[in-house]
Design a protein around this ligand. Structure first.
Ligand code: OGA
Ligand code: NI
Length: 350
């Protein structure tokens, strides 16, 4: 989408929100303006400079012309909604496994222990890279078998999700090439077999039910968090809800809405990339507020191979700026973050 159209939409949305501000009871609402990267632009230097600016600033940006068709995105949303429309007992048949595959019920995830009274008012469905049990690679914590709703219940569902999983990884690899250039690394630094060759890639369908969030009561669609990994792609429907906070230490914190743009992915950097880049690139706090409407989003989290050593990048350290963190294996880092934010599976047996 041309940049001007993007800007115009952001402006329209801003106007809309400001009108709401005058009539609504809630605190002032800010709408964020994010850089938009056109992945089909042959002028890669322009893309690198836009992305770099975004990553130094807040680690959030849009990507457009990413190669996934609008028709297919619509299909993924339709199928996602079909799953969440199933009766709860049907969804509980595919309850999330130890390997983080399958259904995550309402309140299962608790992202912001400090400010939330319950878990998130959202339900989800995790789909990872499928590794069968007889494959020695299945020993690794994030490798495992996907679980699927019975095909008689949702025909074509699995195929749609597998196709999206595959196509979204290509988008992330393209983004990773621009990130590498923005960090003064060679273009294929991340897009190499030992880094993104066998990635931990998790597709998560999300449904925020119509619960109205109330920060003063600790009720959120999704509590404030930064994503754990390398890069996240996010597609949303047109219901506003996602907010970012550029400065987590500001008091009071200032939250800005991120406008959904049809056809664009919202991309954000995760904590692992912040750590990898010695905090040069930012992973930014974000959350979701429910406004009473159902809202659907599709997140795709990508992290490197399990064994990838996340160690300060060569271009991100100097004598005056030594590494801030010791090296850590990707899977060690990620396992801990999942454990800290998800309910104990035993809780569902009670
Ligand atoms: C997430 C997330 C935002 C959204 O799943 O990590 O931030 O809009 N989702 O659903
Ligand atoms: Ni997130």
């Amino acid at each position: 989408m041309p940049k001007l159209a993007t800007k115009r939409r952001q402006k329209d949305q801003k106007k809309k929100m400001e009108n709401q501000k005058q009539t609504g009871p809630e605190a002032p609402i800010k709408v964020s303006t994010l850089n938009c990267i056109n992945l089909s632009n042959p002028d890669i230097h322009h893309s690198v400079s836009l992305l770099k600016q975004a990553c130094l600033d807040c680690g959030f940006f849009y990507v457009v012309n990413h190669g996934i068709s609008q028709e297919f995105m619509d299909e993924v949303f339709v199928q996602s909604k079909k799953f969440f429309d199933l009766p709860l007992d049907e969804k509980m048949k595919v309850l999330r496994s130890e390997k983080h595959r399958g259904y995550t019920p309402l309140l299962d995830e608790h992202l912001d222990l400090e400010n939330q009274v319950h878990g998130d008012y959202k339900e989800g469905y995790y789909i990872g890279v499928n590794v069968p049990e007889n494959d020695p690679e299945s020993e690794k914590p994030f490798n495992g078998r996907n679980v699927w709703p019975a095909s008689g219940v949702l025909p074509g569902w699995r195929e749609t999700m597998e196709k999206f999983h595959h196509e979204a990884l290509e988008v992330v690899k393209e983004v990773a090439r621009i990130i590498a250039l923005a960090l003064d690394l060679e273009v294929d630094f991340f897009d190499k077999p030992d880094i993104l060759g066998k990635p931990i890639a998790i597709l998560r369908l999300l449904h925020y039910e119509g619960k109205i969030s109330d920060p003063s009561k600790g009720i959120y669609g999704a509590g404030a968090h930064s994503d754990f990994g390398f890069v996240t792609l996010l597609a949303t429907d047109d219901v506003m809800g996602l907010q970012i906070c550029r400065d987590k230490d500001a008091k009071p914190q200032i939250w800005e809405y991120v406008t959904p743009i049809k056809g664009a992915f919202i991309v954000n950097l995760g904590d692992m990339l912040e750590r990898w880049s010695n905090c040069i690139f930012k992973s930014t706090l974000h959350r979701v507020l429910g406004n009473g409407q159902d809202r659907y989003s599709i997140a795709y989290f990508v992290e490197p191979n399990h064994d990838c050593l996340v160690e300060c990048l060569p271009t991100c350290k100097s004598e005056n700026n030594p590494p801030k963190f010791p090296p850590i294996r990707c899977s060690t880092y990620l396992s801990q973050r999942y454990k800290d934010t998800h309910a104990d599976l035993n809780a569902y047996n009670k």
